[in-house]
Design a protein around this ligand. Sequence first.
Ligand code: TYD
Ligand code: MG
Length: 452
Amino acid sequence: MAKVKTTFFCQNCDSQYAKWQGQCNACKEWNTIVEEVIQNPEKSDWKLPTSAVKKAAVPLRIKDIDVSNEARMDTCDGEFNRVLGGGIVPGSLILLGGEPGIGKSTLLLQISLKLPYKTLYVSGEESQKQIKMRAERINPTNNNCYILTETKTQNIFKQIEALEPDIVIIDSIQTLHSDYIESSSGSISQIKECTAELIKFAKETATPVLLIGHITKDGNIAGPKILEHMVDTVLQFEGDRNHVFRILRAHKNRFGSTNELGIYEMQGSGLREVSNPSEILISKKDEELSGNAIAATLEGMRPLMIEVQALVSTAVYGTPQRSATGFNAKRLNMLLAVLEKRAGFRLGAKDVFLNITGGINVDDPAIDLAVVAAILSSNEDVALQKDICFAAEVGLSGEIRPVQRVEQRILEAEKLGFSTIFVSKYNKISLKKTTIKVQLISKIEDLVTFLL
Ligand code: TYD
Ligand code: MG
C-alpha cells in the first residue's frame, strides 16, 4: 500500500516544515505547527464531474479574446452590484468575510432569494429548516433557489452536476471537507484544497461561486493567507453590531475598484439597501443644537454627508478626558491643540467628547473642519445654522487645506438643500452655476469669525 503523505504547517503563516518544531521560523509564533495529511493515495483518483470539464485551453492573442459575452450578472441589489463593480462576473470566486453575527449569511441568502437565476445555497452551518425560517423573514422572490446542507465537496459537486445551477453560494468555506485530504474541516490544507476545487469548478463552467469566510480575532479571514490570493474578490462586511448600519467593502477586486462602499441597514426583515445614505446619516431636527456640524465626506466615489457631534464641558477630574467614536482620537487631540494655539481657545481644562453619528468610521481628512466647527459650537454653546456644511482638512498651523474632488461634495450638499459650504481657499473650483454659496476660507481664525 502506498504511503499516506503528511507534512507540518504553521497555522499562523502557512509555512511548511518536514518535521514538528515548537516555534515557526517564519513568523516566530509558538505552538502553531500542526501535522496535516496532504495526500491519501487511496482517495486521490477523484475528478471533477465530467459535465464540468470543458475543452482544454489554447493560447489566444489578446485582441482576439472576446469579452462581449462576459456580461455581468445583475444581483438585483444595487449596493452589492456597486461594490463588485457592476455585478457578478461569470466564473469568478467571491469571498465574503466578517465578524460572527454581522449578517453574512443573511446578506447572501437574501441575494440568492432575489437573483433571477437558478441558485444553489450550500450551508454547512445551519439546517434547511433554520434557513427556511430565516428566508421567511426576508420575503423571497426567487422560486429557483435551492438549499443544500452538506459539507463534503464531492457530494456538493454531485448535486451541482444534477441541478446545474447558475450560481453557487457556500456558507462557509471553513465547514467544507474534501475526501482528498485527511485533516479536519477548517484546517489550512482543507481550506486550500476545497477552495482549489471550487476555483477549478468555477473557471471551467463559468459559474460564479460566492464563499463566506470566518474571520480570526484580529479581523483577518481565518485560514491561509493564500485563500485571499486564490479568489478574485474579497469583500468585508463590517459595522457595529449595536448599530443598524452595515458596510460592505471590497479589499481586493480583480474586476473593479476597491474604493466603493455598500451601505445596508439591518431590519427585522433582513438587510435594506441604503441608497441615499446622506439623508439618513443626518438627524433631522427642528431645533438648532449646539455642538453639531455636518461634513461633506467621500467614501469611494460616493459623497456622504455625515453629522459630527461634540460635547465640550469643564473637566470634573484633574485630567481632562478626550474621547472619540468613529474618529481618530490622536487626530482629535491634534485639532484641539491647533484650536488652542492658533485661535486662542482654552480647551486644556475641558473634557471633549466627539461622536460620528450612525456608527460609521471616517478616514476622510475632509471631516476635520466639521470637527473643529462642532467643538467651537459646543464650547461657546452657540448652535450653528442648520443649513451649512464643511469640507476641508485642517493643518498644524491652523491653515485650511484643500481636499480632493471638492466639486462632487459641493454638488451633493447642494442637492440636499444646504445653503452654504465652507471649503479651502486653495481648492480649485470650476463649477459655474451653483445655488449653494461656496465660502472660501484659508485660516482657522476665518472660521471663528464666520461662525461666532
Ligand atoms: P447572520 O446572518 O447569521 O450572521 P453571520 O452569518 O455573519 O454570522 O446574523 C444575522 C444577525 O442579524 C442575527 O443576530 C439576527 C439579525 N437579523 C435581523 O436583525 N433581521 C433579519 O431579518 C435577520 C434574518 C437577521
Ligand atoms: Mg452565518
